[in-house]
Ligand binder design. Structure first.
Ligand SMILES: [Zn+2]
Length: 365
């Protein structure tokens, strides 16, 4: 017996309220196969295969398949065949998907599926797989062609409008620093200690690869987390400063981050120290801004990721360039500045595909 409370399985295990989702679906003349997946509360997926087999023209039964050695059962026998990891799910795919025509791919699995099907699917079906795995492919192909012909390309990164509303991207004011220093200290100490690159690792690594391979020359960022540098990017301009550096608010002396985290004062003047980020009502660091402007003047191509560059003074950045401007946005935004190309879709997926298109072992889109 399974005990349930508010949809939770009390005997331990996954949340039973989540339903199976179609990860990838294919069809052949005599059957339709689908790899189903269910995400548990810890974020891990479990998989199983389901096949609908046409026995006779007027009769249809559903069978389920277990393991690599396909054994067929009528639904009534209910062999579930659930596996816990992707490697095992791959065995299902390899057994029956490579020859069949793709129908749909779950948006979170497009890259994973493409990595398999680009190498292993039947040659005549690869284009179908590509179109299903990369619905934004044709636009990315245009961007890739501009990227190839550009001599100087700059990427601008920053939080999207939605991210700006979240507490993670909240910026405190000089007023808070002066009058509510304890709260200010608590907020930024927590923020510094909780910096975690892993959540964004894929897109950061891809940007770093594009720079290493010489496709982009610099990165201008509104982020203060230092993740671009942590990921190996070299030429980074941090418009809003950096959470990784600290200084004395009064004499300007640079201090180690430890001094701020330990809540100690400036060793020179005794003043309060703070992270070297731009606070509300402060001006952006002028030297960084000037260097960013030089980069943009040189640019033949500027690619803006997620940020919509609508806030002052970021809304002036594109005014420095005569190059082409491209916006990659996860969500549709009606009020973007004028630009040459806007691609709406999962930005990390699209940057991944762009990196693959630009890499020496290229795929064609
Ligand atoms: Zn000082």
């Amino acid at each position: 017996m399974i005990l349930k409370y508010n949809g939770k399985n009390l005997s331990g295990g996954i949340n039973v309220t989540k339903s199976w989702e179609e990860i990838v679906k294919v069809k052949a003349v005599d059957k339709e196969s689908v790899l189903l997946g269910k995400q548990s509360d810890d974020g891990n997926w479990r998989y199983k295969m389901q096949e609908k087999l046409k026995v006779k023209a007027d009769q249809e039964i559903t069978i389920e398949k277990t393991g690599t050695n396909a054994t067929f059962h009528q639904m009534t026998t209910r062999q579930t065949g659930i596996v816990n990891d992707w490697e095992k799910a791959l065995a299902f795919l390899e057994a029956s998907f490579l020859e069949a025509e793709p129908v749909s791919v779950h948006s979170s699995f497009r890259l994973k599926i493409w990595q398999i099907m680009s190498g292993q699917a039947k040659e005549s079906l690869k284009l179908n797989w590509q179109q299903i795995c990369f619905p934004d492919g044709p636009q990315l192909a245009i961007l890739a062609s501009w990227l190839r012909s550009s001599k100087h390309t700059v990427i601008i990164t920053g939080p999207s409008t939605n991210q700006k509303k979240s507490t993670e991207e909240k910026i405190l004011s000089v007023d808070a620093f002066n009058n509510k220093n304890k709260e200010f200290h608590n907020y930024y100490s927590k923020k510094i200690k909780e910096l975690n690159r892993e959540r964004y690792a894929s897109i950061l690594d891809d940007i770093s690869v594009l720079e290493k391979e010489g496709h982009i020359q610099s990165i201008i960022t509104e982020y203060t987390n230092g993740f671009h540098q942590d990921s190996g990017s070299k030429n980074v301009y941090e418009l809003h400063g950096s959470l990784k550096k600290c200084h004395c608010h009064f004499c300007g002396r640079t201090v180690h981050q430890r001094v701020f985290l330990d809540n100690r004062n400036c060793p020179d003047c005794g003043g309060n120290v703070r992270p070297s980020v731009v606070l509300l009502s402060e001006k952006l660091p002028i030297e960084t801004w000037k260097k960013a402007a030089i980069e943009l003047r040189k640019a033949d191509l500027v690619i803006v990721l997620d940020t919509s560059l609508q806030m002052n003074p970021s809304n002036k950045l594109l005014g420095y360039t005569n190059g082409k401007t491209v916006f990659l946005q996860t969500e549709k935004n009606e009020s973007l500045p004028k630009n040459d190309l806007t691609i709406v879709g999962d930005v990390s997926n699209n940057i991944k595909l762009l990196t693959q298109i630009m890499s020496p072992n290229t795929i064609e889109v």
